[in-house]
Design a protein around this ligand. Sequence first.
Ligand code: PLP
Length: 381
Amino acid sequence: MPLDPLTPYGNRPMVTPIVNAVNYEYASFEVLRQITEGEVEGYTYHRDDNPTVREVERKIAALENAQDCVVCTTGMAACTMVYLTYLRAADHLIIFHDTYGANYKVALILERLGIQVTWVDANDYQRIHEEIRPNTRMIVLETPSNPLCKIIDIAAVRQAADASGAMVVVDNTFATPYHQEPLALGAHLVIHSATKALGGHNDIMAGAIACSKDHYDELWFTRQAIGTTLDAYSAFLLDRGLKTFELRVATMAESAQRVAEMLADHPKVSRVMYPGLPQHPGHAVAARQMRRGFGGMLAFDVGRCQDDAKKFINNLKVIYHAVSLGATETLVCIPHLTTMLYLPPERRAVFGVRENTVRMSLGIEPADRLIEDIQQALETV
Ligand SMILES: Cc1ncc(COP(=O)(O)O)c(C=O)c1O
């Protein structure tokens, strides 16, 4: 049942209403029965479902060309719900080193529950079939990856996964559905930190899983059981963010391409990782599986040491020094000191992230202003 708060005269509100109710008065025992038996989609208790949340689920499903979508409290809640729903003790999970850092912590918890975990470098994705075991139940990947923007061929991973019937789960946070539709490339589930480009304004945390109708029922069961339902106000802000989503991410990707091209020729920058550059090792695959540009994230090495990277960041005037990504403001951080801080040194080494690697998330400021800011800060290194 779509959200339908009609006035007596049939006028609808132009924005999604925030339904802040924990519970709903039952219209009758018959309606209660119909809802609990799944005959109609109705609302009884917020942990089960909420009309503001449901509205945003439909919109994200449409963006991902999915049958449905489950929205939850954070991106990590979305990842954890996927693991809890589909993995059992003695199952095998393959996950790439180059996924968001907190997955490392969740994998430690999964190992405590008896799940076997294998970590693979995204640069080696073509050899993934060597890691598949009869009990491999799930493969989790990010492309472009965080923070080095490595590219994985989703269709090739799906082909390998079919050997054991494993699910392919793609975190599409970096790419966004504007640039990449993993379900069309063979993924079974698509995860988002909706905290990032979907919300887009650094003012909410949310997660989303775009999926088939059957997967929706299974994931909904987990959310309802463990209580990771998003609150209505955050759902409203997410819904509002989605109204400008395409405009924002198109601008971010155009600026990222221009910034990457400028950095590639800059004497103070020794390495630029952006899939839109022809010299990027994943460029050909990215050009095939991404559309309308290559996303708003890039990484680059500044000067010769971490102090050079710090000097660069300290001298930026327009760009902010902060973690997170996908919002209206351009942000930079040094992954070694932030997102990867708690990883053991040997795992950091596998990533290929250096002490002077800077990650940049483009915002929607005019590209000329950003380029000028980056150039003047690089002059100080
Ligand atoms: C690619 C990616 N996936 C998942 C997450 C986790 O999202 P959240 O912070 O909303 O839990 C992040 C957070 O930065 C991320 O960058």
